[in-house]
Design a protein around this ligand. Structure first.
Ligand SMILES: [Fe+2]
Ligand SMILES: [Fe+2]
Length: 241
């Protein structure tokens, strides 16, 4: 715990571990263990959602990270229908996954969910027409309901939200606008603003923008690793809450 009851968060998303990634984040993980109280992984932990990729990441985490690790899955982690195996392997390395759940660390509350697409603001897709469109929108709503449950279960004054998909348009800017509907959903923003949070970390939009704010001024950071490398030339984002 730092001064004034603050804790230091290290966050990164979209590390996309492959079978040959062993040691890739060695220095960053060692640094986080010395400089932060918790490490957040904002989804796309693996490249193709393979158990073999998860094993490489689990070994790196186990060997180098000495602080609590919280994570959400990303869409890549679902690619090979091995998401539950990927999750178990990474869990065995000491990582706690948030999927509509929450945890308290040193007096700070963390709530998380993967999230889903659907688009932003007035361009948000609505549940109208074919059953497949309705199912797509329902999936998006379901993720925001899971986040609602996680946030309402937290009694801490300070709340941190961890997502893979973005809750706002601002932090996906830089991507082609044609794919915005697949990068996040304003349903997540509505939940965050209604139930309150101090700060949100997400990934997924590799070409997006580091920083933005919700309608009610909650800070949002897109910590996708390519964004961090582009904006700060370092693979981890540090933030004090
Ligand atoms: Fe990604
Ligand atoms: Fe992604």
């Amino acid at each position: 715990m730092g001064e004034n009851g603050q804790i230091r968060i290290a966050a990164v998303g979209d590390i996309h571990y492959t079978k040959t990634s062993k040691g890739r984040l060695h220095d960053a993980f060692i640094e986080a263990s010395g400089n932060a109280d918790v490490l957040l992984l904002a989804g796309d932990l693996t490249d193709y959602g393979l158990a073999d990729e998860a094993n490489v990441l689990a070994e790196d985490l186990k060997a180098n990270v000495k602080i609590p690790i919280l994570a959400v899955l990303g869409n890549h982690d679902f690619e090979s229908d091995q998401a539950s195996e990927v999750k178990s392997i990474v869990e065995a390395a000491g990582v706690e996954f948030l999927d509509g759940s929450c945890v308290e660390i040193k007096g700070i509350g963390f709530a998380g969910v993967c999230g889903f697409g659907g688009g932003f603001d007035r361009q948000m897709l609505s549940a109208w027409g074919e059953p497949l469109i309705k199912a797509f929108v329902q999936e998006s709503v379901n993720h925001s309901l899971k986040l609602e449950k996680a946030l309402t279960n937290l009694s801490t004054e300070k709340k941190v939200v961890l997502l893979h998909y973005s809750p706002i348009r601002q932090t996906v800017q830089g991507e082609n606008p044609e794919i915005y509907p697949f990068l996040g959903s304003s349903h997540l923003e509505a939940t965050i603003d209604h139930f309150g949070a101090l700060v949100v970390f997400h990934g997924h939009a590799h070409n997006g923008t580091l920083e933005g704010k919700t309608a009610r001024d909650v800070q949002v950071f897109n910590v996708a690793q390519p964004v961090l490398m582009r904006t700060q030339k370092k693979p981890l984002f540090y933030y004090k809450v």
